[in-house]
Design a protein around this ligand. Structure first.
Ligand SMILES: C[S@@+](CC[C@H](N)C(=O)[O-])C[C@H]1O[C@@H](n2cnc3c(N)ncnc32)[C@H](O)[C@@H]1O
Length: 974
């Protein structure tokens, strides 16, 4: 048995991409999201696979290794069959879950899929067991086996919904691994003891929403998660200690939550702030900003759309009120035809940051100008609504009511409603200071000069976090918080803190109101994006509508998860782990420290009470971010530190979601400088829209770099290293191809490129110095020379280290010959190869611009743009011969190559509808026509085959012409 881990030899990335996508798509059905929002959470299935693949040794039999590995994840044929979910008729499900009736009625088709899972989870175990008898699966095993992996997944539950492999699978697994496990926890323990002498300790120094520690603990490992941000720390703590504490604790939390909600409901009913005199209760209150621009005699209510609810065909019209400078809203239900008409303009009173007069569209004002040269008045702590002198006012313009028969209607506010609004403000006023003092309401100031926090301050004058909430939201959330924090146990109180975070996300002035033709309109969450953008119109929920926004605990987890959560700068960690899995904030745009404060403001004082050792502060200055030199230094320090806290036979896995493949080399350098050696790299498409990695239309991939300590550092010399890199790249590509042969393809073009980086890094990172230069020194020396900013773009700025890495990619590019062009490849120029490879990549459905740019880099060609027909970010494709026409038909680059002449000949054949024109051109222009004739034919035949590819319908004419021309050339005997 080798000393390599499974992940250092192979990883089933196509299946994992599909599984990660399935998990992502579950949205609220994901295990951890119910506890609170964090950005960039990693899919649990990916974490599970990574841990198993690091613990599982590679044998000399890769096929068997793969088989066993898939069994462990229930991603093998039998495991998938066990995961088939079948269906229980909706009416049976709903009959046992009346609490979901409303949500069901309001849900669209996709949402119903999630809801089914949620309802199922909400049922108690006995009921679920009884209901299993009602489950029906429509396919036989044979029919199921014949489906593609993605099709199967649609009919399956996720691996985490099963208790791991079944008894038969364990026999096979144990016999291959020499273990005697019956559960995943037993297996991790046995493998851990074998490698490290104890249950494996798995740590994450950038734990964020806590996926990595949670999954490690769930797999029976000793988990450790730490993050700089206390919100992340709290989420991670809660994953382990609320979700992981088992049913009794969860039930406690649920009961406490229910009791607080019932008390809040009673109080709100007594206050009569959500009920009207007709026996209806409000569901949603819709507010908008209004302004009185210079020269206008009335306030203009602002919204990009006054379509309130397309499902109910309800819109708002505005009319003048004699003697008032405020317009009055009129809620109108339109006919279908009127609605279609209305949808064309939506009555918008703000378009592209300009305010439009609703009665005279020719009059408009810039929003920016209205803020004035000195900006807006800054709100003070006591402000909860705008003051009368403020530029931006706020008004209630519509309420959705529901009666006891569950009939809904929208209405403009009446006098009674405005009185209720005043009562809300008065009630809040009575409690405000006390609640702030007790940490029930936020009192923190929004940091100025943040990338994201600057926006609410500048565009609304909001200076405190509570300004991002309406008076009604502050009163309702405050009431719930004050009742929830009365719970006795720490668990209940922590759950209450997280609950306040959830409510803040789902009910703030930043929650937009979204209408749809297929379901009842509703308020969305604050963090639909990763920003803090104030809106012109927004919604506020009544208490019953907050029920579904509360935290949810999944019943399936625990008990007995062991692990620790901490708040530490990753550079200062003092904790030993056998394996570190990290997902650093690498070159990403998420300002965790700023956005996290939105939540922290709701429970900072509670946090101080229950986690006295934690600093309730985002410590912005310590956050690792950006991609400049400071960032690199911090990252080298972080990775040096965690490497120090790892045994010599320990491993690391660094995950990062890349937008730009060029950052891979950069990260590799950082890890190298930290004393680590890359042993393998994989890309998993974690955000695939459909069909897995193969279709190439995924949004983003997550790169996994596997690393070990560099134990016996060597001194390397570039001239010796180049050939080693070449061999390693070829070896890597050959082994990937071998895995692809005969089965489902595992790898896409970017995977091969990444593998080339990894192969180069694998060779390079064994050395401590190259030509006498220390790698750490080199990393920063070159940066300093280039002004220390970001990635270098030009050749002159490249370090020798990067040159080696680039050489690796060039080798990979040359080595990856499109099938059918093997015989002609040698004689082609770099430009020709780039064109043909780009076309090959396009024919497999790849349209991301970055991939084409990266290919050009690989072939050492400066510009790919002249070869492209469309170069938009996600719809890039190569020009066809007809699209080239006469363009750039000469010159030093592609214009002067034989391939370019051949494309022109194809174009002529298309234009003249016969091959003679093309052939004549070739014979006149190509000096070596006769010796090149067979190569030209091979390329033409390859073009001819493109027209049959589904994604290449724009090639049909050129492909047909290529076939004719190939035939003509073949029969040309002089
Ligand atoms: C990409 S996220 C991690 C997401 C996580 N893997 C998950 O699944 O939710 C990166 C994390 O690094 C944290 N971070 C930034 N600077 C840090 C530092 N100096 N020390 C520790 N954590 C830091 C951020 O707060 C953020 O949560």
């Amino acid at each position: 048995m080798s000393n390599q881990a499974f992940i250092e030899t192979q990883f089933p990335i196509a299946r994992l991409s599909a599984e990660s996508y399935k998990e992502r798509k579950a949205v609220s059905g994901q295990t951890l999201t119910g506890l609170g929002k964090w950005w960039g959470r990693k899919p649990l299935v990916l974490v599970r696979a990574s841990i198993l693949a690091m613990l599982m040794p590679a044998s000399g039999n890769p096929k068997k290794d793969r088989e066993v590995f898939l069994k462990l994840l229930t991603m093998d044929p039998d495991g998938l069959w066990r995961r088939r979910k079948g269906t229980i008729p909706d009416r049976e499900l709903l009959a046992r879950a009346s609490a979901f009736e409303d949500a069901w009625k309001n849900a669209g088709r996709d949402e119903k899929d999630e809801l089914r899972e949620e309802i199922w989870d909400s049922l108690d175990d006995n009921l679920r067991a009884d209901m299993e008898a009602l489950r029906r699966f429509p396919l036989s095993r044979q029919e199921f086996d014949a489906l593609s992996y993605e099709e199967k997944l649609k009919l399956c539950v996720r691996p985490e919904h099963l208790d791991g492999p079944d008894a038969d699978a364990w026999v096979d697994i144990n016999s291959h691994l020499g273990t005697s496990a019956t559960t995943i926890a037993e297996l991790t323990e046995q493998l851990g003891i074998r490698h490290f002498g104890h249950r494996p300790r798995i740590g994450d120094s950038f734990c964020g929403g806590g996926s990595i520690p949670f999954e490690s603990a769930r797999m029976g490992c000793e988990a450790f998660g730490s993050d700089l941000n206390p919100v992340a720390g709290l989420l991670t703590w809660a994953n382990l200690n609320l979700l992981g504490a088992g049913k009794a604790v969860q039930e406690d939390v649920r009961q406490a939550q229910k009791a607080a909600f019932a008390l809040a409901d009673k109080q709100i009913t007594e206050w009569r702030i959500e009920h009207n005199d007709s026996g209806e209760r409000a569901e949603s209150f819709l507010y908008c900003v209004e302004v009185k621009p210079p020269g206008c005699s009335y306030y203009i209510p602002l919204a990009p759309s006054w379509l309130v609810d397309e499902y109910f065909r309800t819109v708002v019209h505005w009319r003048h009120v004699p003697g008032s400078e405020h317009l009055a809203p009129e809620v109108v239900v339109l006919s279908k035809t009127e609605l279609e008409q209305f949808k064309k303009h939506k009555g918008a009173t703000v378009i592209d940051s300009r305010i439009i007069d609703p009665f005279d569209a020719s009059r408009s004002w810039s929003v920016e100008a209205l803020r004035g040269p000195n900006g807006l008045r800054r709100w003070t702590n006591d402000d909860v609504v705008p003051r009368s002198e403020d530029v931006f006012q706020e008004r209630l313009y519509c309420i959705r009511w529901i009666d006891s028969e569950k009939r809904r209607r929208y209405a403009a506010p009446e006098a009674g409603d405005l009185e209720r609004e005043a009562r809300v403000r008065a009630l809040l006023g009575e409690r405000f200071s006390e609640w702030q003092r007790a940490g029930i309401l936020p009192s923190r100031v929004i940091p100025e000069n943040g990338d994201k926090t600057e926006e609410p301050i500048r565009t609304r004058g909001w200076t405190h976090w509570h300004h991002l909430f309406t008076a009604r939201q502050l009163l309702t959330h405050g009431l719930l918080a004050s009742l929830s924090y009365q719970g006795q146990s720490r668990h209940v109180r922590v759950a209450a803190m997280l609950n306040m975070g959830r409510l803040a996300d789902w009910d703030s002035r930043l929650c937009c109101w979204l209408s749809s033709p297929t379901q009842i309109a509703g308020g969305k969450n604050t963090f639909l994006n990763q920003a803090l953008n104030p809106l012109f119109n927004y919604s506020t929920r009544s208490l019953p509508m907050l029920a579904s926004a509360q935290i949810t605990l999944s019943k399936r987890i625990g008990p007995g998860l062991t692990g620790a959560a901490a708040i530490t700068d990753a550079r200062d960690l003092e904790y030993d782990c056998d394996i570190w899995i990290t997902d650093p904030p690498y070159a990403d745009a998420v300002n965790y420290h700023e956005l996290g404060d939105f939540f922290l403001a709701w429970y900072d004082k509670q946090l101080r009470k229950y986690f006295p050792q934690w600093s309730p502060d985002a410590r912005t200055e310590l956050a690792v971010r950006g991609n400049g030199d400071d960032f690199r230094r911090s990252m080298v320090d972080v990775y040096k530190n965690i490497t120090r806290h790892m045994p010599d036979n320990g491993m690391q896995l660094v995950m990062f979601t890349h937008q730009d493949p060029a950052v891979w080399a950069d990260l590799g350098m950082i890890l190298w400088a930290a004393g680590l050696r890359v042993t393998s790299a994989w890309t998993v498409a974690t955000e695939t829209p459909a069909g897995g990695i193969k279709k190439g239309n995924y949004v983003q991939g997550t790169v996994l770099l596997v690393l070990r300590k560099r134990l016996s550092p060597q001194d390397g010399f570039l001239d010796e290293i180049y050939p080693l890199v070449e061999d390693e790249v070829r070896r890597q590509i050959d082994s990937m191809r071998a895995l692809d042969d005969g089965g489902e393809p595992n790898f896409g073009d970017t995977d091969y490129q990444l593998a080339a980086y990894a192969a180069a890094l694998r060779v390079l990172t064994q050395y401590q110095t190259l030509d006498g230069q220390d790698v750490g020194h080199e990393l920063f020396r070159v940066r300093a020379a280039s002004g220390g900013r970001g990635r270098r773009a030009t050749g002159t700025e490249k370090s020798r280290f990067e040159q080696v890495i680039e050489r690796g990619i060039q080798i990979a590019c040359d080595y990856l010959v499109p099938r059918g062009l093997e015989t002609v490849w040698q004689g082609l120029t770099a430009d020709d190869r780039l064109y043909l490879r780009a076309l090959d990549v396009e024919s497999r459905g790849e349209h991301r611009q970055g991939v084409y740019q990266e290919l050009a880099r690989g072939f050492g060609v400066r510009e790919v743009k002249p070869l492209l027909h469309a170069d938009k970010a996600n719809s890039t494709r190569v020009r066809t011969p007809s699209e080239f026409g006469r363009k750039d038909l000469e010159g030093d680059g592609f214009g002067g190559t034989k391939l370019r002449q051949l494309l022109f000949a194809v174009h002529n054949t298309v234009a003249e509808e016969k091959p003679e024109a093309g052939m004549r051109f070739l014979k006149d222009e190509l000096r070596d026509y006769w010796s090149d004739r067979h190569k030209l034919i091979a390329i033409l035949e390859w073009f001819a085959s493109l027209g049959q590819v589904e994604a290449m319908s724009h090639w049909i004419a050129d492909s047909h012409a290529s076939r004719l021309l190939a035939g003509r050339l073949r029969s040309d005997h002089g």
